[in-house]
Design a protein around this ligand. Structure first.
Ligand code: GDP
Ligand code: ZN
Length: 332
């Protein structure tokens, strides 16, 4: 049998974890240190074609821009790579993902882009004040977590800025549903030990808008991380060179964290086929009990079991309003 051998075939395949990436280069953690890797052409072709819409699939060379939009490798991926002779590596394969956070690739609705793979927990970070929590956004994030069957943790930080009893009243709805919540302050150190425990030995993704206190929180959890605090909005980047690149950090106690600026990385899409009430755990017991059955939108329909539960106080009104808004949410 004819064997087409190249140097790549004889080099040993190793496994590593993708920590960050920029412009086609991937920083792969191999346990003791990191190695900068490129992606093999073969892998690029294998992985870019199959996720395009089959109906419009054309065999052609994929332009560099498009490859970037549908990068086959995500932060959190475990990859197989080979060491090059020059200290860099080449990624040959991506191991199957346990789960993933996806978004639409820019301008190409039919393509998905994996933002982070192999996530154990999604930490939704809001400030108790400055800026005031936007509960409807938390509900939207929670619904997204449910959609992807991920495990959420709600973190309300900057609690030194508010009255604790008032805040506890505000988060009671979430406790009642059974969502885990940690209240923290990077300023006083309150809740930081609990947060450290929550992050230990897991891969967590922190989701929250710029300014809510994520960098301060991570610096408090992991002294020595040295994340910059109080940066100008990462989205506008005004007045400062900032980057929207995501990065994974290893924690000293075990585990790893990915910090994301939120929303755009974390939007619901392609859920037209499901009853959105499935994404609200407290509504699930009432599903199937509406007069109009599966066709009930739980809005103005008579005999709606979910609306009746809201009226009885079994489902919070605020959560119900968030549910109604889920369909016509405008991306920010
Ligand atoms: P990020 O953009 O989410 O990473 O937020 P930063 O960590 O950069 O914090 C934004 C602003 O909130 C900065 O001015 C911080 O000093 C302030 N901040 C962060 N955490 C706390 C906190 O626990 N208490 C108070 N009072 N301010 C905080
Ligand atoms: Zn209904």
């Amino acid at each position: 049998m004819l064997r087409h051998s190249t140097a790549g075939d004889v080099r040993e395949r190793r496994q590593g974890l993708v920590m960050r990436k920029s412009q086609g280069a991937y920083v792969v953690d191999r346990g003791t240190d990191t190695i900068l890797c490129a992606i093999s052409n073969k892998l690029r072709k294998q992985l870019v074609y199959p996720i395009a819409d089959p109906a419009s699939l054309r065999r052609r060379v994929v332009a560099v821009d498009e490859i970037r939009a549908v990068d086959p490798i995500a932060i959190g991926d475990v990859v197989e790579y080979v060491d090059g002779s020059d200290g860099t590596g080449q990624i040959l394969d991506v191991l199957p993902r346990a789960n993933k956070l996806v978004r639409r690739a820019a301008g190409r609705k039919l393509l998905e882009q994996v933002i982070v793979a192999n996530i154990d927990r999604v930490v939704l970070v809001f400030a108790a004040a400055e800026p005031a929590p936007y509960w409807a956004l938390l509900d939207r994030y929670l619904a997204t977590v449910e959609l992807h069957e991920l495990s959420p943790l709600i973190c309300i930080t900057k609690i030194d800025l508010v009255d604790r009893a008032d805040l506890e009243d505000e988060v009671r709805d979430y406790e009642r549903i059974g969502y885990p919540i940690v209240l923290t302050s990077a300023a006083t150190g309150e809740g930081i030990a609990a947060m450290r425990d929550a992050l230990r030995d897991r891969t967590s993704v922190l989701v929250g808008k710029s300014g809510v206190g994520k960098s301060s929180l991570l610096n408090a959890v992991e002294p020595g991380l040295g994340l910059r605090v109080g940066e100008v909005s990462k989205w506008t980047g005004k007045g400062r060179h900032t980057t929207t690149q995501l990065e994974m950090f290893r924690l000293g106690d075990g585990g790893a964290v990915v910090d994301t600026p939120g929303m755009r990385e974390f939007a619901i899409w392609d859920i037209s086929e499901v009853d959105l009430a499935h994404l609200f755990p407290e509504m699930r017991p009432f599903l199937g009990q509406c007069r109009f059955g599966a066709s009930c939108a739980h809005d103005r329909e008579p005999g709606c079991a979910i609306k009746a539960a809201v009226e009885r106080g079994e489902i919070s009104e605020r959560r119900y309003l968030s549910f109604l808004r889920l369909n016509d949410w405008e991306e920010e």
